[in-house]
Design a protein around this ligand. Sequence first.
Ligand code: HEM
Length: 483
Amino acid sequence: FVPTRFTTSMVQKSASLTKPSSTVLGASTMEPTTTSKEPTTWECDDDLTECREVPACDEEQCRTSLDVRIHGEWYDLTGWRKGHPAGEHWIDYYDGRDATEVMDGFHSKKAMKMLDRLPRSKPEATKALEQNAVPDSNTQIAFRKLREELEAEGYWERDMVHEYKILGIWGALVAGAAFTSGAVPLLSTFLLGLSMTAAGWLGHDYIHGIDEYAFKLRNFAGFAAGLHPTWWSDKHNKHHALTNEMGCDEDVATDPFLFQWAPDPKQDSPLRKIQHLIFYIPFSFLFALWRVDSMKVAVDAVENKRPGAKNELYSLLAHYLFVLTVFPYTIWVPAVFMSGLVSALIVTPTHQSEEMFEEYQPDWVTAQFQSTRNAVTTNPFSEWIWGGMQYQLEHHLFPSMPRSKYPSLRERLIKFAEDNQIPGGYRETGEFEILKMNWELYKRVAEADAVPGAPPTRGRPGQQGAIDSTNSPANGISKAVGA
Ligand code: HEM
């Protein structure tokens, strides 16, 4: 962890010369006469009466410092950002912001300990950063206390009987599908479809997990469901960090087939008007599309040398080798569509009918309560097939906690919501009622007129867009204090 600072002198020089109404011309336009080896740019006043030569800087060089607050302490992550195992786009987004909840939510004990070795922000920067950052709310502070209590009570310890039971059910379904594939193809398709949905939830558990058991099974999603762990981690953790944030959370970016709010006419689609009548078609494609995305990211991850990329690719190849050898395509293709439909019916209603946010939500805890609704299951089959997603709020607040612990959190979270006066409180609705709520939303949006200027579903700066550091609230501060 030796921090290597990016060049800042060029940035400060460039910043001091920049005027709001200036035009920047590329070197090729103005033919600079410099002999410097550094790339240069010319910056001129609007009327071109006065031009200055300024060194150009690429994205990396232009970055000043990257300061993130975690548990009340500011860390300067500038030198380390490239070392972040999940990619620098994650930490860039929190420049000048509080990242306590995402840090606690996504990381192992080992990662939390690494914090001790990271450099703290300069004291002169800290004061300015603190003034500009949104202060921690009482709800966030109370939530951190609750988390500490739960950790002390052993809520992150796995119940291995439960783990082996759910893994065993998956194995039995695959075996059942294989044995019946010749004699009873319809039953085989049904069992294989159920196994794929179950594999999706198990893979989800393991990739979120922060213990040795989960780390060992990280590639299960690739082998058993054909879903790539890094692809899933990027997409799904973004959904956890920025739940229902319009333009950032890809789980609510389902257009042009399904819309959760009336779009701008430019983003509209004729399909919207009938979305409540055809929703099951895009739902059925969920896993098929995820498999295509998984393959793309698998290759990309190997090319970009992301951690574990080769093994993740092999797990996908092993999956296809297995299903193509054991099952005829007339069984496994329909099974992919069936499992997609079942999984989409489960994942969509717990967020889509709740609050959508046009802006970044600094109080992540309150935002999770406002954007999430639990489903109350009515029978043991539902309790199993929902795969822990019925406890969506517990899962969103504590993504790395084993799912078997969620039911016992209900009373505590109800009290937490009351004590902290969270708007809407602890939200839960019967499993069929919640599906109806989702369908009614699709219908309402289908019947609404397009709204000029409505927020887009994609393309707002989220973690992936954060590499453009203009999005960073800390940008100006770092320059001002020369940090
Ligand atoms: C600033 C906000 C941060 C965000 C939003 C973030 C997000 C993430 C995400 C999404 C993952 C992937 C999790 C998975 O797929 O299992 C990850 C992994 C990881 N991150 Fe971060 N991260 C942040 C800061 C940090 C910092 C400051 C450190 C070091 C102190 C760190 C160390 C790690 C490590 C070691 C992993 C690998 C998994 C683990 O051991 O927990 N991250 N991070």
